[in-house]
Design a protein around this ligand. Structure first.
Ligand SMILES: [Zn+2]
Length: 304
């Protein structure tokens, strides 16, 4: 097995920033899917998973955590393949209540199809996936209930949004923000202690340069810790680009109304910026257009 090779039973379906990657385990006895992508692209998800299953059944869907880019396709996958859905234990109360704030849905201007779950998984559990035993590990920070999956024999880690090659999932500012950043740091340290040979992240390609990725993330954690306002500004930008991906763009004339109607932006503006929706629109667009993350295109805004 070469440095970057994966065990035969794992098929990594690399997606994008709106849809989390899918990790499909095709085993002798059962086939398991990790993460289901976003609801708006679920037809493509179903096509990709069907293609890899090649007529085999899907026995289980498991989530690393319950944000819309990972669980938005859960309902459609469960309906299509008739499989049970297993989610992290700490996400269960949020999913049961379909908590739009806790799940970052209407609170953040995002959407997902509501789903039912059949079982919960927790740190310390062993999951049988692709004829191998994977250990369930806590991965708090980006999502305090998030989990990751570790296979000791091959030293492969499925990290969700705790670690990508280029960063990690946003951590929210506001009450508890220091604890969340500290949790993200501890999760990064825990990953470093595992010394993975390969990380399969929630977004982007699998990668082996784990130490460099962790160092980058640790310095970002430190930079955010020094400045909560900077963290708030970063979170708004990431959330807004996500919305552009989700909606396939937005009329520039709809931006102020959008920012005024979504609780996250109104709250952050009140807490840190005091600009009003129009001022906030100028601030965000200025940053995002300058960095190329958003492109102005004939009166429409789209993700760059
Ligand atoms: Zn994600």
């Amino acid at each position: 097995m070469s440095a970057a090779a994966l065990p035969e039973s794992i098929r990594v379906i690399v997606r994008d920033w709106l849809n989390a990657n899918h990790v499909l385990f095709v085993g002798r006895d059962e086939n398991v899917l990790v993460d289901a992508g976003h609801m708006t692209h679920v037809d493509e998800t179903l096509r990709l998973v069907r293609e890899q299953l090649a007529g085999r059944p899907l026995h289980r869907l498991v989530n690393t955590h319950c944000h819309s880019d990972h669980m938005g396709g859960n309902a459609a996958v469960a309906r299509t393949f008739g499989c049970p859905v297993w989610i992290p234990e700490d996400e269960a109360p949020l999913v049961r209540a379909w908590d739009g704030r806790g799940l970052w849905l209407d609170y953040a201007g995002q959407q997902a199809e509501r789903f039912e779950f059949d079982a919960v998984i927790r740190p310390g559990d062993t999951l049988r996936m692709g004829d191998a035993d994977w250990v369930v590990l806590a991965a708090p920070g980006h999502d305090m209930g998030a989990l990751m999956f570790w296979h000791e024999a091959t030293r492969v880690l499925i990290s969700g949004d705790a670690l990508w090659e280029t960063g990690f999932g946003i951590v929210l500012p506001g009450p508890g923000w220091r604890e969340r950043l500290q949790a993200a740091r501890e999760t990064l340290h825990a990953i470093r202690a595992l010394d993975p040979r390969l990380v399969i992240p929630g977004h982007g390609k699998p990668f082996a340069t784990v130490d460099a990725a962790i160092e980058r993330c640790l310095s970002r954690v430190a930079a955010f810790e020094a400045d909560e306002t900077k963290l708030a500004r970063h979170v708004m930008k990431v959330m807004f680009v996500f919305t552009l991906l989700e909606r396939g763009g937005m009329g520039e004339d709809a931006l102020v109304a959008f920012l005024g109607s979504v609780p996250l932006y109104a709250e952050y503006d009140a807490a840190w910026f005091g600009l009003g929706a129009a001022g906030l629109a100028d601030l965000l667009l200025g940053d995002l257009v300058r960095s190329g993350a958003v492109v102005r295109d004939g009166g429409r805004l789209r993700a760059g």
